[in-house]
Design a protein around this ligand. Structure first.
Ligand SMILES: NC(=O)c1ccc[n+]([C@@H]2O[C@H](COP(=O)([O-])OP(=O)(O)OC[C@H]3O[C@@H](n4cnc5c(N)ncnc54)[C@H](O)[C@@H]3O)[C@@H](O)[C@H]2O)c1
Length: 312
């Protein structure tokens, strides 16, 4: 394996923005961009390489799935967007077929790295990629709620008037409508948010604020998509964070989507729980002591995802 080679499959809005952010981070030595739309792929690569004098040293080029052979991380952002008149279920089927066949091809390339699924519905597609590749569960992960957790941290930091880096908080479950805030794990300076916020100068109505913040996180993507058609910047940065944890073997705790088999009373579904992420993907799930309400929400996400999976 090349020490710091990343292959990106899908050079659309999310794939290209991720490349731009990854190139600036200095984390990768080589980035290979692929897409079934060859013109788009070539155009994105040309646009990116013209930035090379301003990036830390990194090779950026176009390629194909064969480039996965010695990649450390393969990021899948390929997929179809919902068309007018198309149901969500039809979209799931279409994207499951795209991701599934890419996962098989990545496996055939002999890749021994980590596969990171980004395309939506990300939890379903992570499960499909895991089964179709035949890889160990630790090596197939989904970006899950890493993005949603960053939205949550941003809103809490604004609400409490403290640096976002001092806010520790996770959104768990489905990357979608049934996701939920793990309030029991949310803290500022080591103080649980339910104790911190009522005494904070900015807050007079914490119970209502709590609900509003959680709902705002859930609705974020809808608002951005209504305004500009798609989301790209924050997800690109969230992907850099995940990639960094793998390339630097950081053992970072992230709410990525992983196969849950025996934790939190859940079995055989991919969804977001706190995971330790390092060079070989997920090394451990952290079974945090969630409240009974949070456990119910997690179980609800699992039920929804299993139902969607059974429709495939
Ligand atoms: N997980 C997250 O947090 C998150 C956030 C934002 C977007 N997304 C998802 O990421 C995906 C990509 O979004 P986007 O805005 O970049 O879409 P996009 O339409 O701009 O890009 C998708 C690209 O995939 C390519 N593609 C399709 N089938 C392919 C195949 N078989 N092989 C190679 N390339 C193929 C298309 O040509 C296109 O360039 C979507 O499914 C979107 O919902 C996920």
């Amino acid at each position: 394996m090349q020490q710091r080679k990343v292959v990106i499959i899908g050079a659309g809005s999310v794939g290209a923005t991720y490349c731009y952010a990854l190139a600036q981070s200095g984390l990768a030595d080589e980035m290979v961009l692929t897409d079934k739309n060859e013109d788009l792929m070539k155009g994105q690569v040309l646009d990116l390489v013209h930035g090379q004098p301003f990036f830390p040293t990194v090779m950026i080029r176009s390629g194909s799935i064969a480039d996965c052979t010695d990649a450390r991380v393969v990021v899948i952002t390929a997929g179809a967007a919902q068309k007018p008149g198309e149901t969500r279920l039809q979209l799931i089927k279409k994207n499951a077929e795209i991701t599934g066949s890419i996962a098989e091809d990545v496996d055939k390339s002999g890749c021994r790295g980590v596969m990171l699924i980004v395309s939506n519905p990300v939890d379903i597609l992570t499960y499909v990629a895991l089964k179709r590749s035949g890889w160990d569960k630790s090596r197939v992960i989904g970006s899950g709620t890493v993005l949603d957790s960053s939205r949550f941290r941003h809103l809490l930091s604004k609400h409490c008037g403290v640096d976002v880096h001092n806010v520790h908080a996770y959104i768990l479950g489905e990357h979608g409508d049934s996701e939920f805030a793990a309030w029991s794990m949310t803290n500022i300076a080591g103080i649980n948010i339910d104790e911190y916020c009522p005494v904070c100068v900015n807050c007079s109505d914490w119970k209502n604020q709590r609900q509003l913040i959680e709902q705002q996180v859930r609705d974020s993507a809808y608002h951005i998509i209504n305004y500009k058609g798609s989301t790209q910047f924050a997800v690109g940065l969230a992907l850099v964070r995940i990639t960094g944890a793998i390339l630097r073997s950081q053992s970072t705790i992230l709410s990525i989507s992983t196969l849950v088999e025996s934790h939190f009373g859940i079995k055989d579904v991919c969804l977001s729980v706190p995971c330790v992420v390092s060079d070989s993907g997920v090394s451990r799930i952290i079974e945090s002591p969630l409240s009974s309400e949070e456990l119910d929400s997690l179980s609800n996400s699992a039920t929804i995802l299993k139902k969607a999976l059974s429709s495939l």
